[in-house]
Design a binder for this molecule. Structure first.
Ligand code: AMP
Ligand code: GLY
Length: 425
């Protein structure tokens, strides 16, 4: 079977690497891909939101499964585009309909879904220019800190947390009237602050059945000990020691099951990954956010822990027969370390030559932001450049291997955090 995977990050290299191992995988196309995905499949220079061109490729190459990596094509309705075309309708796709993608594309939609289905989440209200004054009153009624969220996609920057009520009110005004995040902040969700530890839980669902994938912890800040600005993610660990069997059982009963039932009750077509960002508040899970895709870099720690054939699993998900396919998980610990460009998450250089690739030992070196130059050399092409995953019997042994592998790779300005996983030991 021929497969098309959309995206170009570390998540997509990890998915491509795993899909390519399937005995049923004939040709694997990645659009647009990176220098790493080119090692396990064929990159195609296509925009992930050019649905017409993607549809043509699917027909030309007789693609039997489309896997959508990032959220953007889903929020823009790639699945609906396929379903509206008689010659594409029957091709299984990993990703929800445009309505389902609103779980990530609109904070207000997600909060309304959570509330409607009695799923634990922070108390909230949504405001626009029509009821700005009510927003100020809601801030006065909450205890600090105040959590303000732009409703729409804002490249991961749309959540602002402030300690002072006055600052929260001026931020609310700036978001709504000042259009701080453009159309994304025309509507703003204000919610209660949840005190606890965060955890990412991943679910595969075909809309009826579901499978819990391994959980992970992500490290979002650029600096050690969670300092400095937010990034796409600087590292990941899976499994997470505080995610005990008892806690995960609460997650399944109180969150995963009502979510999957809620999708069906709301007639939301959903075959794909669901990423649930949780807060563990004194042993009880609360949903912070839904994403309609896998996390990055969590994928690079989670996917290698899946034993067996990912293609079988995804095909069953796309075809609505997930209940038939067993899932086995590697009990070892995976630690993923992200190498970034100097200056990231602010300005950084691209096109810098990379040395030291290809002697990975027991580590997996996933490319996150790379390309190949005219001379055929691998060069940097993004803020996050590589994600290195290693296994161990515990976090210490796995992280030692990832840090050793990181030393072998060189490019100007290379930076990584030095404390991934340390807080969990
Ligand atoms: P989100 O984009 O919704 O995941 O929010 C970004 C980050 O803000 C989360 O990863 C949390 O660290 C933090 N956050 C969001 N909502 C809350 C909340 N209600 N209480 C505490 N922290 C939050
Ligand atoms: N690592 C967080 C995300 O993928 O959104």
């Amino acid at each position: 079977m021929n497969i098309l995977l959309l995206g170009s990050g570390g998540r997509e290299h990890a998915l491509a690497w795993k899909l390519a191992q399937s005995p049923r995988c004939d040709r694997l196309f990645i659009a647009p891909g990176n220098a790493g995905t080119a090692l396990v499949g064929s990159n195609v220079a296509l925009s992930i939101t050019d649905f017409a061109a993607i549809g043509r490729l699917v027909k030309e190459q007789q693609i039997g499964l489309v896997v959508v990596g990032p959220e953007e094509p889903l929020v823009k309705g790639i699945r609906d585009h396929f379903e509206a075309d008689a010659s594409l309708r029957s091709v299984p796709m990993i990703g929800p309909s445009q309505l389902g993608a609103q779980l990530e594309g609109s904070k207000d939609f997600a909060k309304a879904f959570l509330t409607r289905h009695n799923i634990p989440t922070a108390r909230y209200k949504t405001f626009t220019s029509d009821n700005l004054e009510d927003g100020y009153a809601f801030i006065d009624a909450l205890k600090p800190p105040y959590v303000l969220k732009a409703d729409g996609l804002a490249a991961g920057k749309g959540v602002v947390i402030l300690d002072q009520a006055a600052a929260a009110k001026s931020e609310l005004k700036e978001m709504i009237l000042g259009k701080k995040f453009g159309a994304a902040s025309a509507q703003v969700v204000i919610e209660e602050f949840l005190h606890g530890i965060e955890l990412s839980v991943f679910v595969l669902t075909d809309g009826t059945s579901y499978r819990l994938l391994p959980e992970a912890k992500d490290y979002k800040r650029i600096g050690d000990r969670d300092t400095g600005p937010n990034t796409g993610g600087m590292g990941a660990v899976s499994p997470v020691p505080f995610a005990t069997k008892e806690f995960l059982q609460k997650v399944e009963e109180r969150i995963v099951i009502p979510t999957v039932r809620g999708l069906a009750a709301d007639s939301i077509r959903y075959n794909g990954f669901l990423f649930i960002g949780l807060m563990n508040v004194g042993g009880d899970p609360y949903v912070i956010e839904y994403n309609v895709r896998m996390g990055d870099p969590e994928t690079e720690a989670v996917i290698p822990r899946i034993q067996g054939d990912l293609l079988e699993l995804l095909l069953a998900t796309g075809e609505g027969r997930l209940a038939e396919v067993p899932l086995t998980i590697d009990p070892r610990t995976a630690v993923t370390l992200v190498l970034v460009s100097g200056g990231y998450p602010n300005d950084y250089k691209k096109g810098l030559p990379v040395s030291g690739l290809g002697n990975d030992g027991d580590s997996l070196v996933f490319h996150a932001g790379t390309s190949t130059n005219a001379a055929g050399e691998v060069v940097t092409n993004g803020g996050r450049v590589f994600a290195i995953t290693s296994f161990g019997t515990d976090i210490s042994s796995a992280r030692a291997l990832s840090y050793a592998a990181a030393e072998k790779i060189g490019y100007e300005g290379k930076y990584h955090r030095s404390d991934i996983g340390l807080d969990l030991i």
